[in-house]
Design a binder for this molecule. Sequence first.
Ligand code: ADP
Ligand code: MG
Length: 160
Amino acid sequence: LQALTLSLPDEDATTALAERLAPLLSGQVPGVPTGGRIHLHGDLGAGKTHFVRALLRACGVTGRIKSPSYALLESYKVSSLYFYHLDFYRFSDPREWVDAGFRDILQDNAVVLIEWPEKAGDLLPEPDLDLHLDYCGDGRLATLDARSAKGTLWITTLAP
Ligand code: ADP
Ligand code: MG
């Protein structure tokens, strides 16, 4: 299974999807290697940050979860697992990226969640999963596209 489309009628449904993905990313499902990368696509207000917050919470992140739209990057650690939340909405200068050493971050065996990855051009490696959130009436339509064997494993596990 390479792709999955899910209807998310309200924000609780977005939260529920994040809560189903969380154990797969944080090493709580036997046979699924810990960590992974998700690229989040969708217009402003589609629910990308909402999804990331719900996922981080479900993985045990406590305290304030800030949107990284200004800082580019917010990072968290739970036990020995690192989480990186990036938002490239305001990204303009690739040197920012190099200066911050983000390349190293992406090579780690971590959970990496990236909003507006398309604004980073070709600086980013392929994710395990592309998650698209599209407006659909009052709710959203989620499209999950697997980009790696791990992503395929996630989708297969999530499929109804
Ligand atoms: P983005 O990061 O994509 O710009 P945000 O996550 O900041 O968007 O904001 C999304 C808004 O949409 C939040 O107010 C959230 O409650 C709401 N939302 C999230 N998922 C859904 C959904 N499935 N249906 C309706 N509203 C949603
Ligand atoms: Mg956002």
